[in-house]
Design a protein around this ligand. Structure first.
Ligand SMILES: O=C(O)CCC(=O)C(=O)O
Length: 280
């Protein structure tokens, strides 16, 4: 990738809250990821999907060692390096699969540290998602949609749905709830399998309904791209979370330098998913 293209990608991430790297995942790794994910999804109890009608499946990547390879794959690290992040750390990840005939995902943002100053001042993400879709996505099968720039700027959805991660919204108790509604300024992000979408955890995003009869799976992996610049309270909390990865120690070793560590004595940052009034 040329320096100019790398700069453009970083500009997009900082300005729009996301960017897109076409066709970077190795075909074998993609195929193995599909096989492992499909196996897990086929084994899911129906109750799981009833409770998660909007998101689709929510399975931790710790349930299979294969995902450690995806987390640590060189192309993910190279994409982050292209964006200016040379020492990222891994946080967590999920297999999110919208079954055929499932409703839209609710609008939400995923940042948990809204009591921290950086949430209001940083252009670059404190926490970033790396989304690997395992099939080509379109408006028909539930592609991602985003509200550009909302990682830095308040939108009416922040007030309409201050906390989107509720059991009612996941189960789609009220399909007319504002959290599912199309927004005039929404931008669709259709991708090909093997593309990577990187985004700021503060960005408001959701996904279209899956109107096809095929499942649409994404592996969402969370990283701390600018780990060394994060406040000590954030690093303190996240390094502890990193000690409880659900993989065996041998599998965790595969993450190498992506493992978060912190040896200071700061108190953990508090968990607060709701942006404060100063977020304008
Ligand atoms: O299902 C999708 O396309 C998006 C998943 C998502 O919003 C997330 O992982 O935070």
């Amino acid at each position: 990738m040329t320096t100019a293209t790398a700069n453009e990608q970083r500009t997009r991430l900082l300005r729009d809250g996301y960017c897109h790297f076409p066709q970077i995942l190795d075909a074998d790794l993609l195929e193995r990821t599909r096989e492992v994910s499909d196996r897990m999804l086929d084994a899911l109890p129906p109750k799981h999907l009833d409770e998660q009608k909007s998101t689709g499946s929510m399975i931790s990547v710790y349930q299979d060692p294969h995902f450690a390879d995806l987390v640590a794959t060189l192309c993910a690290r190279e994409a982050l390096a292209t964006l200016g992040f040379d020492n990222p750390k891994f946080a967590s990840g999920f297999v999110i699969s919208k079954p055929g005939g499932s409703p839209p995902l609710f609008w939400h943002q995923d940042w948990w540290g809204w009591d921290e100053e950086c949430s209001y001042t940083w252009d670059q993400p404190m926490q970033a998602f790396l989304m690997w879709y395992l099939v080509d996505t379109t408006i028909d099968n539930g592609c991602l949609r985003v509200l550009r720039g909302t990682h830095r700027k308040r939108h009416s959805m922040h007030d309409a749905v201050p906390d989107a991660h509720t059991a009612e919204l996941r189960a789609v108790v009220d399909p007319d709830h504002p959290a599912y509604q199309a927004q005039p300024e929404e931008v669709d992000v259709p991708v090909k399998a093997g593309d990577l979408v990187v985004g700021d955890s503060r960005l408001l995003h959701s996904a279209h309904a899956n109107k096809t009869d095929q499942r649409r799976t994404v592996i969402t992996l969370w990283y701390y791209p600018a780990w060394d610049e994060l406040s000590e309270p954030i690093r303190a909390r996240m390094a502890k979370a990193g000690q409880s990865y659900g993989w065996s120690p041998e599998v965790v070793q595969r993450l190498g330098s992506l493992l978060p560590t912190y040896d200071g004595d700061a108190e953990d940052a508090t968990w607060n998913r709701i942006p404060g009034p100063r977020f304008t």
